[in-house]
Design a binder for this molecule. Sequence first.
Ligand code: PLP
Length: 403
Amino acid sequence: MRQSEKLRDVLYDIRGPVSARAARLEAEGHRILKLNIGNPQPFGFDAPAEILQDVIAGLPGSAGYSDSRGIQSARRAVVHHYQLIEDFPPLDIDQVWIGNGVSELIQIALQALLNNGDEVLIPVPDYPLWTAVTNLAGGTPVHYRCDEDNDWNPDLADLEAKITDRTRAIVVINPNNPTGAVYSKQTLESIVELARKHDLVLMADEIYDKILYGDAVHHALATIAPDVLTLTFNGLSKAYRVCGYRAGWLAVTGPLERARDYLEGITLLASMRLCPNVPAQNAIQVALGGYQSIRELILPGGRLLEQRDTAVTELRKIPGVSVVEPQGALYVFPRLDPEIHPIKDDQQFALDLLESEKILITQGTGFNWPDPDHLRIVTLPWSRDLAEAIGRLGEFLSTYRQT
Ligand code: PLP
């Protein structure tokens, strides 16, 4: 039996063939250091206790379906959360949808928007779900470059040049996965201006908005675009360390009257998934209203900041490897100089590293990066484990040759 042709261009290499090989090695008894997925809990990042308590307390009453858009308390908590962000446009619970993670809401938002052949501007490198879902929805992903020599900021000229009369939306991932870039207000204003001029929808994936290092500041895209239809995606997976619960939300702001038909489409698709996981929805109010413990992890002396620093320092010790210091999120995206490390097939490189060192990373082309000269490492392991893993990567690279 063959899979459908709709899946022809649908790729999700973060959990692709290399991680399938890792699973087989694990089944054979090998211990694999998984540096491929932003999954905090296995690295000792526990969810805040108050979240667990509320979810457990809510379990007996969570066995029924909820409203398709999500429970009131969660949607109200999202409204309240954005009310506290200066300049966030007016938001009412009718503008909020809860999802089984941001992932489900990305699928709903793109499926509801795109006709076959409609184009979506997506950054490259990207979080590959955006490209995969655009393809699955019959759209055409058009990648705008982010410039490594300019701290991975979007190349605005490239973005503008790629707008056509088929373009429907611009995706902005800020803080960015995989690069860790955090965009300035000025950069965001330029993107908003393009959306305004060409009547495009803005899709702001801000799941890492609270994971910021040093003096990085996050500007919610919606605060700059009160007059542009803006879909803000966020959730509990990363900052609240409960990605297994699958709790995310979508908040829509801007000229809603003009978008009424599209928003009805979103509600239709939300109703077809019946409802989001109800026990996980109980986590949203307590998470947003409770103590924001992520700050302890990113402030000086915090574990995430220290690990980011370790990853950058250790990678820079490897000859032929360079890395832009991430300003946010949970990843580093180093470059392997092709003169020193001439890799033709980076998936093969990831497989070879896995077989030899039992370290699982994701190859750069898995993020739609066109050249086989980058890789992504998560900065979640303790510093000593990260330093050891990156040291082993360096040793492996020193003798590695592809034929
Ligand atoms: N968006 C980005 C940029 C991500 O990195 C991820 C997960 O890694 C997601 C969305 C998906 O998040 P969720 O767990 O809410 O589905």
